[in-house]
Structure formats: structure tokens, C-alpha cells
Design a protein around this ligand. Structure first.
Ligand code: DHB
Length: 398
């Protein structure tokens, strides 16, 4: 088999051509560094996977400022705040007033499309729909990426450095030996039931609802398509949920806080797992991890994509140094710089999750205590400003 492979060379071989892998190869190309990015999924499969929809200000600036696309400014909706709804009413967190920042509602699938188009426009080497991916010689001076392309041709690409941007089921992560890394986990006893619905928006901004029946989130996509989520059992089967049953559950949760949803046909339903995970350090030899491959956050607060983009912004800088100097010290610097933000985001996602969701077996004390916490946050400028700063993203790449 090996003899029939096509042999080639690049500077950076990237496993994973989702937003993290594509943004990295885009930033590297701007610095004059060659890369090849491969993904097991087809472009269409990635485009059809619905993910979160909120971009921090720095993520928007990265897309626009580096010339990926300015579509996020044209098609994305600027949000200057969110509502926290609990105890029968709503409380707005005014991002602009508190920290002078905003977020953009712009789905991850659009970010991916913009990046894939930009790589194609710029002549980037991206291979979708590959199989049999493996990486080797990760500690040597010339690590290797092997795969079979979509036409069945075997490839072996030697590179200066390998990047694992291959998502939460990362193959690259497992290449770092047990003795050389620490893994941190937290499971949650609930999940999100996510739907897409053809209807006008039910609220102008996102509404995070705490209710005695559990959490519900009102989000949006466009003028005629909306995204909503409600807390459910991780083992929930979407097949057991008729439209009527979904609407009853959602309406009763948001109705507890005075909201009424505009209903319509439900076109997509998925159960999203909740877990917190970090593997550190995010490098070993000439292999480095970025995005979900190194860390997963629960979805509350929409930090996953933003963290991945923050990782690769730092990683591109450090890889530029590593390529110029030919050593691996900048990879350690990357890991240290990135992990500072990763742990802040881990805390924020965990905090938003535990403040807003109902644990199985929760007592009336637990619910009232959460309402006390929400009242303390929304009733205090300091508390609201912390939430606003974390939600819109710690500025300056920190
Ligand atoms: C969305 C997802 C999130 O996790 C969140 O906190 C807010 C919005 C969304 O998909 O719209």
C-alpha cells in the first residue's frame, strides 16, 4: 500500500477542515506559510450540521479583518444584549452600556461556508471527504499525515508541524501519550433539545429562561427561521417528540417568565450533549491541538466556536515563529497562551449552565437559590458587567 501513495511536502499539515482548521490555514497563507487541510466529512456534510450561532466581537473582527468575508456584517444580526428570564419576568443585560461590546448572530455553518469559499478563492489546499487518516512521527523533525483522498488515491504528506483541529472526537488528541498530558472532564446530567422552526422571531434578542420545568433558550436565525433549545434528558429520542409536544414544553417554560413563542413548522430537531473537557498541554513534539480537539464546553453561552477561533489566532502567530526558527518552543507558548482563555471560558460556560439549568432531583431550595443568584447578577452592575464581558469575549485575544 505505502509504495502506491503519492508523496509530497507541506509546512503545516492540518487534520480537520472545520472552522478552526480552515481559519488556521487562511491565517498561515497570509503569513506566506503553506498548509494542507483534510477532513473526513464532505463539504456538504459540514454545511448541513447545525451548530451555535453567536460570534464574539473578536471573532467577527478576525473574519472581516483578515479578508475572509464581510458577509457577517451584511447578513449577521448585531445583538447589543441578552435577556435573562426568571422568577416570572425578564432582565436585560445591556452589553453596549456595560462593556461597549456586541455579539453577532451568525451561524457556524455560515462561518464555515465563508472560510471554505475564501480558501478556494485563495488557492488553498483543502481536501474534504478523505478516509483512513493517520498521523505519524509526531516527535521527529518531519511528521507525516497519511490519508486516502475522495478519489481513492493514497497520500503521504511530510510536514514541519501537524495540527489536530479535528473536533471533539479527535484522532490527533489520542496521539499524545498518556504520560505527557492531563485530561479534565465534567459530565452533566442533561442535554439540549434543539429545533429550527419556520416562523418569525419570538424576541428581538436571545432569551435565556430559567423555569421550574427546566431551561429554555429563545434564539434566532433570520426573519423567517428561528432556533430554540430546551433542557432535556441526554437519552431523549427526538422521535418521541411531536411538534405539539415540543411546543407545549417550550411554551410552558418561557410562559413562566411572560414570553409567548410564535409557532411554525419544525424543520430540524437534535439532542446536543453537554460536557466540559480540557486536555493539556495542547501540544506534544511537533503535534499541536486546536479547538474542540483540545477542549469542549457545554453550549450555554456559545463559546465553542469562539474559543476555536481564538486558539487559531494565537496558533498562527506561534507557528509563524516555529517555522522561522525550526523549533517547537513556540508550540508550548501557544498552549500556555491559549489555555488561559480556555479555562476562563470553561468557567463561564459551566457557570451559565449551572445557574440556569435544573438538576434532576432539584429541590425547591435549589430553584430559589438559583433565582437568588440570577437576581444578584442582574441587579448588580458589577455582576452584569462580568457576564457581559465574558459573553461578548474577553477583549484583545486574552
Ligand atoms: C445559540 C447557541 C448557544 O449555545 C447559545 O448560548 C446561544 C445561541 C444558537 O445556536 O443560536
Amino acid at each position: 500500500m505505502t509504495s502506491s501513495r503519492v508523496h509530497s511536502r507541506t509546512q503545516i499539515a492540518v487534520v480537520g477542515a472545520g472552522p478552526a482548521g480552515l481559519m488556521l490555514s487562511h491565517l498561515l497563507a497570509r503569513a506566506g506559510i503553506d498548509s494542507v487541510a483534510v477532513d473526513l466529512r464532505s463539504r456538504r456534510e459540514i454545511e448541513e450540521t447545525h451548530r451555535a450561532g453567536i460570534l464574539e466581537q473578536d471573532s467577527v473582527d478576525l473574519l472581516v479583518g483578515t479578508g475572509v468575508s464581510d458577509r457577517v456584517h451584511r447578513d449577521g444580526y448585531r445583538h447589543d444584549g441578552i435577556e435573562l428570564a426568571f422568577g416570572g419576568g425578564g432582565h436585560r443585560i445591556d452589553f453596549q452600556g456595560l462593556v461597549g461590546a456586541s455579539t453577532r448572530l451568525y451561524p457556524q455553518t455560515d462561518v464555515f461556508t465563508d472560510l471554505a469559499d475564501a480558501r478556494r478563492r485563495d488557492g488553498g489546499d483543502v481536501r474534504f471527504g478523505v478516509s483512513d487518516v493517520s498521523v505519524g512521527d509526531r516527535v521527529s523533525d518531519a511528521p507525516v499525515l497519511r490519508f486516502t483522498d475522495a478519489d481513492g488515491i493514497g497520500h503521504e504528506i511530510r510536514a514541519d508541524f501537524l495540527v489536530g483541529a479535528d473536533g471533539s472526537r479527535s484522532l490527533c488528541r489520542r496521539e499524545i501519550p498518556e504520560g505527557a498530558r492531563t485530561q479534565y472532564f465534567r459530565e452533566y446530567p442533561f442535554a439540549w433539545f434543539g429545533i429550527l422552526v419556520e416562523a418569525p422571531p419570538s424576541a428581538p434578542e436571545l432569551v435565556y429562561n430559567h423555569s421550574p420545568r427546566g431551561f429554555a433558550l429563545i434564539s434566532q436565525r433570520t426573519g423567517s427561521l428561528q432556533r430554540m433549545y430546551f433542557q432535556c434528558d441526554p437519552a431523549e429520542d427526538v422521535g418521541d417528540w411531536s411538534d405539539d409536544r415540543i411546543w407545549h414544553e417550550l411554551q410552558s417554560r418561557v410562559g413562566a417568565n411572560g414570553h409567548v413563542l410564535r409557532e411554525g413548522p419544525i424543520t430540524s430537531r437534535t439532542v446536543l450533549p453537554f460536557r466540559s473537557f480540557v486536555q493539556e498541554p495542547m501540544h506534544h513534539g511537533r503535534l499541536v491541538l486546536a479547538g474542540d480537539a483540545a477542549h469542549t464546553v457545554p453550549p450555554t453561552g456559545a463559546k465553542g466556536l469562539n474559543l476555536a477561533l481564538a486558539d487559531v489566532r494565537v496558533l498562527a502567530e506561534e507557528l509563524e515563529r516555529a517555522v522561522a526558527r525550526g523549533d517547537t518552543a513556540p508550540l508550548a507558548a501557544y498552549s500556555e497562551r491559549a489555555l488561559g482563555r480556555v479555562w476562563k471560558a470553561q468557567h463561564f460556560s459551566y457557570w451559565m449552565t449551572t445557574m440556569l439549568h435544573t438538576l434532576p432531583g432539584a429541590t425547591p431550595f435549589d430553584l430559589r437559590r438559583q433565582e437568588g443568584e440570577l437576581a444578584a447578577v442582574t441587579g448588580s452592575t458589577a455582576g452584569s458587567a462580568y457576564l457581559a464581558e465574558a459573553y461578548t469575549g474577553w477583549p484583545g485575544g486574552r
